[in-house]
Design a protein around this ligand. Structure first.
Ligand SMILES: C[S@@+](CC[C@H](N)C(=O)[O-])C[C@H]1O[C@@H](n2cnc3c(N)ncnc32)[C@H](O)[C@@H]1O
Length: 278
């Protein structure tokens, strides 16, 4: 499928994958991406820690899902390679763990293949997750993943990239229907409980000409978990408080889970959770 997409890279329009790379301290970004991040950071001073906290959540969540015996990962909207990529975290726990990385940005495919290589346990696919059917039936998925066994679908910092008219939550439902019981979802989504703060960030990113969705409310973003069983966000598995929390506090050693950042001036956060298909 990858060969159907010409590797065209538009250096003038900021790309979400390259902006995120810049925020994480990476080098695979252009002037347009850096400028866009600086403009966003002017209104969202916590932007860099926002990105780093999300990435750290991804690592803790992959470790947790491995500890529950899942050894296959479909990392949708995977982003550019960075430290502790999904297969590195998963293969520390289980050397046989398999990861299919999927992204629609050609730079992710190019750098992913060049930096991480592809072997019998990882592969990259250039595809748009708005249409998951061709991803599941791709030769890459069929070679790597056994869909008769549980698969962990990763939707980390991804669904806010999709506008409402592409029905992101319908996509999650139809994807989960096709997976075996015991499959998992690792999920985070930029949310806000302040209408103006949500609209500011959404309008800013769309104003760059970058394809994006929107900042949603926590209630809207939680729709990704419909029909699934959310796990405790506490390291000791206690059944207390909300199960979707600020990503920086999900099963964190030193931070008790909180629904939203306690600092009132922080008006946007990544709502995060991990759930299993019964
Ligand atoms: C903010 S990054 C998140 C990267 C990684 N999941 C993480 O959380 O560390 C969002 C990624 O989703 C990708 N993306 C956005 N819309 C997509 C789509 N429709 N299909 C596939 N990938 C998409 C972007 O290219 C970008 O790499």
């Amino acid at each position: 499928m990858a060969d159907l997409f010409p590797p065209r890279i538009d250096m003038e329009t900021p790309s979400i994958a390259r902006m995120y790379d810049y925020l994480l301290g990476g080098k695979d970004n252009f002037e347009s991406d850096r400028k866009a991040c600086e403009e966003l950071a002017a209104g969202i001073p916590e932007l860099v820690s926002f990105a780093n906290d999300n990435r750290a959540f991804l690592g803790r969540a992959v470790e947790y899902v491995c500890s529950r015996g899942v050894d296959q990962f479909l990392d949708l909207g995977a982003g550019l390679p960075t430290t502790d990529n999904t297969h590195q975290v998963a293969q520390r726990a289980d050397p046989g763990a398999r990861v299919l990385y999927v992204d629609h940005d050609p730079i992710v495919l190019a750098h992913g293949r060049a930096l991480l290589g592809e072997n019998g346990t990882t592969a990259f696919l250039l595809a748009d997750i708005r249409d998951p059917g061709p991803i599941l039936s791709s030769p890459e998925a069929i070679d790597l993943l056994d869909f008769d066994r549980p698969v962990c679908v990763m939707l980390v910092s991804l669904l806010h990239c999709l506008p409402d008219d592409s029905d992101p939550f319908g996509m999650v439902r139809s994807l989960m229907k096709r997976l075996a019981p015991g499959s998992a979802v690792i999920y985070s989504h930029i949310v806000s409980d302040d209408h103006e703060a949500a609209a500011w960030m959404t309008e800013k990113i769309l104003g760059f000409g970058t394809p994006w969705g929107r900042v949603r409310s926590p209630e809207e973003a939680s729709r990704a978990f419909e029909g699934l069983e959310l796990v405790s966000p506490w390291l000791d598995d206690r059944d207390e408080g909300p199960r979707t929390v600020d990503c920086s506090t999900w099963r964190h050693e030193d931070r008790p889970p909180v629904f939203r950042p306690e600092e009132p001036s922080v008006k946007r956060w990544e709502l995060a959770g991990v759930a299993f298909k019964p």
